[in-house]
Design a protein around this ligand. Structure first.
Ligand code: COI
Length: 357
């Protein structure tokens, strides 16, 4: 058992590691889970001590409230190995704060910082061997919180369970993506839940994405719910464009997630004295820039992919090609710099890395 001032963590180690199942050269995102997971229960208005146990199935009733009414929120974050074999997390406190923003909006209890951070640190330390060291690889970490009442009346659950599971990850996309600007379906609306990581936001995106894929695109660029004119997110990522050397990204708010990678990219751009505008950007402005030849780069930012270059966007039946990825100065530089920071190859000026051991 591990005891800190406020958190006691019971650790039950697996008797048989599955680490041999991991092929470092062929990692499929989200398929293989490491040996252990963490869980903690919220009952009678308070959190119990977390436990780290062998990865396994959830004990649950078919009436569990998370399944019926969607009290199910999550985070995505990563751990990286440096050349000395030390493991660090990238900006984990931001995930801890954000899961509590999601919890508040979904009428769920907040997760104390010490429980989240200490649990996370111990779990990742225990499964340190699962953090791949190949280029572009990392350990993807999925904290999530679900309502666990056995009750199908519509009300906030009284009981909850917090889990953290982890999964080795390679590159999310192997090539630049072709995206469709969506003007029929919507992802988020003012007053809604677009700014949080609730599972329903992802579920609702699957059908429109499937339709786009049938037309030869890989992802969607979501537009505003009122007029379908302003660009919002790109698939599960924040969106950035560079026009005339200015980095433009839609402002976070009700309909856009405050991405941690988004914030990191904007911070580095400002460090490099690049002009950054966090403002609304319409599809008309992007097409106009494309016509003038000033649309230099377009990419998504997110935890899973870090930077996902966009090669082409489709709008109203026409495809618009962007300049080749090799020649893109900013997105390539920022992807490299983030990787260098995460692997301890460059100075961590902003204190983003959190050492696990
Ligand atoms: C991210 O990249 O930040 C995501 O949320 C993707 C995840 C849902 C797989």
């Amino acid at each position: 058992m591990l005891t800190t001032e406020k958190v006691k963590i019971n650790i039950h180690q697996t008797e048989k590691s599955r680490l041999n199942d991991l092929d470092q050269n062929n990692i499929v995102f989200g398929k293989l889970f490491s040996d252990h997971m963490l869980h903690a229960d919220y009952e009678n208005g308070k959190w119990g001590d977390p436990e780290i146990v062998p990865y396994g199935n959830l004990p649950m009733t078919p009436a569990i409230s998370a399944l019926h009414y969607g009290q199910s929120i999550f985070e995505g974050m990563k751990a990286y190995k440096n050349e000395k074999g030390e493991v660090s997390l990238f900006r984990p406190l931001e995930n801890q704060k954000r899961i509590n923003i999601s919890a508040e909006r979904m009428a769920m209890p907040s997760i104390p910082e010490e429980l989240f951070m200490e649990g996370l640190k111990q779990l990742v330390y225990l499964d340190k061997g699962w953090v791949p060291d190949a280029e572009g690889a990392s350990l993807y970490i999925r904290p999530f919180l679900i309502g666990t009442d056995e009750f199908i009346g519509v009300k906030p659950s009284d009981n909850y369970r917090f889990y953290i599971i982890t999964s080795p990850a390679g590159k999310y996309y192997n090539a630049p993506v072709k995206v469709l600007v969506e003007t029929n379906y919507i992802r988020a609306v003012e007053g809604g839940v677009g700014y949080i990581k609730v599972s329903g936001n992802y579920g609702r995106s699957l059908f429109p994405t499937k339709l786009a894929q049938q037309r030869g695109y890989q992802q969607i660029i979501w537009t505003d719910a009122r007029n379908h004119r302003y660009l919002e997110e790109s698939g599960t990522m924040n969106l950035m464009v560079i026009i005339d050397d200015v980095l433009i990204t839609p402002p976070v708010g009700d309909t856009i997630l405050a991405g941690i990678t988004r914030d990191s990219v904007v911070t580095l751009a400002r460090d490099w004295k690049m002009k950054v505008q966090e403002r609304k950007i319409s599809i008309d402005e992007v097409i106009e820039a494309h016509k003038r030849g000033t649309l230099e780069e377009m990419f998504g930012t997110g935890t899973a992919a870090t930077i996902a270059h966009i090669s082409t966007f489709g709008f109203e039946g026409k495809d618009y090609e962007l300049p080749s990825v090799e020649g893109r100065i900013f997105s390539n530089r920022v992807a490299q710099e983030l990787d260098n920071i995460k692997r301890g190859k460059t100075e961590d000026k902003h204190g983003w890395m959190y050492k696990v051991g």
